[in-house]
Design a protein around this ligand. Structure first.
Ligand code: ATP
Ligand code: MG
Length: 471
């Protein structure tokens, strides 16, 4: 039987009072609410995580309002599988904490409850107010270029209005399984369009990262972005320079490592926002280097493919791809000016990473790997016994080799080099060692390379032994 709101709590208990958290909002004009009953939408509890359902039911049984909200409702309505399930409620964080043993409160500016179920965390947020009323509690702050207020609780209507896009402001009500749509999200979903709630320039000034979210969600969902939402990009895009680099790192991961990286990248470029996030990449691509574009796009496409196959992906590899053009060009410039090659590569890497980290705070563990991937590139050209064997044994060989394969776009010689290293890896150590020259030599076409590669080709062609037929 579906859970109903508890009649017993309706009397003196204020838990169901829509303005219990913010009495100031009582007389506010309400946006038109559309309630879509269960039989008119496609969200089924089967597709909601068990953990989220437990949180929703427990809150509801305790007499609070409890909704699934945001991206999860949007993705479920689109028939997709949500990445995370967020809950919105009129219970305060302290009240939430009292209901769940496995709950911790996080954040200072806005307190949120995290209810932890093994690896899954359900984020429970108390309805937030717009905080615009005179004398509203909660001090105004500018944090990371965002205007925020300390814990200003509000009604569900207010909570809907402070969300970014209309499709992100729908609430799935666990008490009757209906969807509550305060701002016309359902219509946008049907039209496959992203529209901001409120006046776009104001919403971007409050939080410039919303511009990136528009590009990312447009790419992820395959929605068009409403012209009114893209119009302010040219003027306000530079506000992204004030956003926190740590937040931009998180946002970059969501853009590039969540399975729709290539589309996000193209959307960012098309929207003119790439330059604020990855200035070196935007610069290098603007120089019209088509080989570099092919390399970057292929790197993103490969990453998307790995995500689709459920394989692991590392941000280091992808960021190395994005910044490669600039690192390579800076290193070459310095080498032309007579600098020692090793030093030139190391310096170029350091310089490009330092510039990038002012925008997007890539953690050290990743920049370290990026620098290794880059610095190993020139070593692929040194085809000499000791060096080859040392490079093959390098812990970062695999990543650096995959990177070399992407660089096949740069020239036929590099493609051949990639093929050579591909074959070299398949040879037994001794065969390879015997075939390699002890001094100098370039990869690709020399006779000994052909000789070294030939047995590998032969071996691979051999038919597998016939399997015995099952009895
Ligand atoms: P996904 O999880 O698929 O990346 P999402 O829309 O769920 O997309 P989250 O970052 O999980 O994105 O945010 C959850 C919800 O919180 C959003 O759907 C939106 O309602 C609200 N939200 C997130 N970021 C903002 C923001 N910058 N401004 C206003 N509302 C936001
Ligand atoms: Mg989400």
């Amino acid at each position: 039987m579906p859970l109903r709101r508890r009649a017993a709590t309706a009397g003196q208990d204020t838990r169901k009072d829509p303005s219990r958290l913010n009495p100031e909002a009582r007389n506010d004009a309400r946006p038109a609410l559309r309630i879509i009953p269960r039989e008119q939408h496609t969200i089924s509890r089967k597709n909601i995580s068990k953990a989220a359902l437990r949180v929703l039911y427990r809150l509801n049984e305790a007499g609070y309002d409890a909704y699934l909200v945001g991206g999860a409702v949007r993705d479920l309505l689109l028939g997709g599988r949500p990445k995370d399930f967020d809950v919105a409620t009129n219970a305060t964080p302290d009240e939430v904490k009292k209901l769940f043993r496995n709950c911790r409160l996080i954040g200072r500016r806005f307190r949120l409850a995290h209810v932890v179920f093994g690896p899954e965390i359900i984020e429970v947020a108390t309805f937030r107010g717009t905080g615009e009323e005179e004398g509203a509690e909660g001090e105004r702050h500018i944090v990371d270029g965002r205007i925020v207020r300390d814990n200003v609780w509000g009604t569900i209507e207010e909570d809907a209005l402070r969300r970014d896009f209309r499709v992100n402001a729908m609430y799935y009500d666990i008490s009757d399984f209906s969807v509550r749509d305060y701002v016309g999200g359902m219509r946008d979903l049907e039209d496959r369009v992203l529209r901001l709630i409120g006046e776009p320039a104001t919403r971007y000034r409050e939080d410039p990262v919303r511009m990136l979210r528009a590009a990312r969600l447009g790419a992820k969902l395959g929605f068009t972005i409403d012209a009114a939402a893209t119009a302010p990009f040219a003027e306000l895009g530079s506000l992204l320079l004030e956003a926190s680099p740590a937040r931009l790192f998180d946002e970059s991961l969501k853009m590039f490592l969540a399975g729709h990286g290539l589309k996000s990248f193209r959307m960012l470029e098309q929207c003119g926002l790439l330059q604020f996030l990855f200035p070196a990449t935007a610069r290098a691509l603007k120089r019209g280097d088509e080989a570099l574009r092919a390399l970057v796009e292929q790197g993103l496409a490969n990453t998307d493919e790995r995500v689709a196959e459920g394989k692991s992906v590392t941000p280091a590899f992808l960021f190395a791809v994005l910044l490669w053009g600039e690192v390579r060009d800076v290193a070459h410039q310095q080498i032309t000016r007579g600098k020692d090659a090793n030093e030139a590569w190391a310096r170029a890497a350091m310089q490009v990473v330092a510039e990038q980290c002012q925008r997007v705070a890539i953690p050290r563990r990743f920049t370290f790997t990026m620098e290794e991937i880059w610095s190993l590139q020139p070593r692929f050209e040194q085809i000499q016994r000791k060096r080859v064997l040392r490079l093959l044994a390098h812990p970062r060989f695999r990543a650096a080799f995959d990177f070399l394969l992407l660089r096949a776009h740069e020239s036929p010689a590099i493609r051949e080099l990639g093929q050579w290293w591909d074959h070299a890896q398949q040879l037994p150590h001794d065969t390879l060692a015997a075939a390699l020259p002890t001094h100098g030599g370039g990869g690709g076409d020399s006779e000994w390379v052909a000789a070294a590669v030939a047995p590998a080709r032969k071996r691979r062609r051999r038919k597998p032994a016939a399997k015995p037929k099952p009895a």
